[in-house]
Design a protein around this ligand. Structure first.
Ligand code: UDP
Ligand code: MN
Length: 351
């Protein structure tokens, strides 16, 4: 199977960390295919040395940028202009078929069966399901396709400023032409879907094969305490937290397999400091425990939360907004939804 490969991309060391976790997860699940990573010149030599321990090929590419700040502003992701760099994956013609995976994905089991699919197979995007999400896709390297894509990228650009808009315009009949090219959603389960359709996640989430930490906040933006196995983040932004066990799995692989290699190669421990955050950790754990044990009573839980009467002076948000924020994992843990407040309200509620 040396002519088939999993391919990912890192334009900097942070995404390099993601790629190392992805590569390790593919190896842990005994893929029989090659592992290839495209790296930009900004990726440090030390990081490249570590990547070479996991990936069969580390290939240097130049960064392709859309420079389309107007469309990128619409998706609030100015950093995604560089995702045009992904297009280089079509130039890997020593492989007959590949699966591209974002550096913020993690495989939970062997997914080699995806090589039975044809170009362009991908899973629906949770935001607009008639578009495919470009975090996981099956494709055939080809210089002809590569050149066409580069031409479209300069002449027409992308409707969202990133690779996903461009590739959806290029493979424009994906939504209607061939159902075999629709990968089941479990091959690209995105963080957002856990909150936007919680009952479906509870029904099907256990079947997930690939988790995608889609969104602005990535696993490496959190910190982790390996002794308590608790993932934490300063401040209030929990927007990209998938069900916490997935985030924990990412960090578990990172601390046990990736971090020792990074340390050996002199790469700093910056994203792993746990700090003194036991309280927010506890609140976080409690919030999820409540969320899980109340299961089909989310509305009651959020109603209970929205009626908290101990709120400190804070920007006024409607109970509906608060409910939404809570369901998206963005509770105001330092303020109105603090541990103390939740505990008091739950005591009252349970009594
Ligand atoms: N990427 C990268 N550097 C960046 C931004 C993105 O290397 O600064 C690569 C990386 O492989 C990443 C992919 O492009 O997984 C797509 O970006 P991201 O995952 O951040 O987008 P999202 O899935 O959140 O839409
Ligand atoms: Mn991604």
């Amino acid at each position: 199977m040396s002519d088939q490969a999993f391919v990912t991309l890192a334009t900097n060391d942070l995404y390099g960390k993601g790629a190392l976790v992805l590569g390790t997860s593919l190896r842990n699940h005994k893929t029989t295919r090659q592992l290839v990573i495209l790296v930009a010149p900004q990726v440090s030599n030390n990081m490249r040395a570590v990547l070479e321990r996991i990936f069969d090929e580390v290939i240097l590419v130049d960064v392709l940028e859309s420079k389309d700040s107007a469309h990128l502003a619409m998706i609030k992701r100015p950093e995604l202009g560089v995702t045009f760099t992904k297009l280089h994956c079509w130039a890997l013609t020593r492989y007959s078929k590949c699966i591209f995976m974002d550096a913020d994905t993690l495989v939970l089991c062997n997914i080699d069966e995806l090589f039975e699919r044809e170009e362009l197979s991908a899973a629906p995007d949770p935001g607009w399901p008639d578009c495919f999400n470009t975090g996981v896709f099956v494709y055939r390297p080809s210089i002809a396709t590569y050149n066409e894509l580069l031409q479209v990228s300069t002449e027409e650009g992308s409707f969202d400023g990133g690779d996903q808009g461009l590739l959806n315009s290029f493979f424009s009949n994906w939504a209607t032409a061939d159902i075999n090219k629709h990968l089941p959603f479990i091959y690209n389960l995105s963080s957002i879907s856990v909150y936007s359709y919680l009952p479906a996640f509870k029904q099907y989430g256990a079947d997930a094969k690939v988790v995608h930490f889609l969104g602005k906040v990535k696993p490496w933006n959190y910190s982790y305490d390996p002794t308590t196995k608790c993932v934490m983040r300063d401040g209030h932004d929990y927007s990209s937290v998938v069900h916490p066990e997935f985030l924990n799995m990412w960090w578990d692989i990172f601390t046990t397999s990736v971090l020792p290699m990074l340390t050996e190669h002199g790469i700093s421990k910056d994203t792993t400091s746990s700090g003194n955050q036991e309280l927010s950790c506890l609140v976080y754990a409690l919030a999820f425990t409540c969320g899980l044990s109340f299961c089909r009573k989310e509305e009651k839980l959020s109603e209970a939360v929205s009626q908290l009467s101990f709120a400190p002076p804070a920007p006024v948000v409607s109970s509906e907004e608060r409910r939404q924020k809570w369901e998206q994992g963005q509770a105001d843990f330092m303020g109105v939804d603090s541990f103390q407040n939740i505990q008091k309200k739950l005591d009252a509620y349970l009594n």
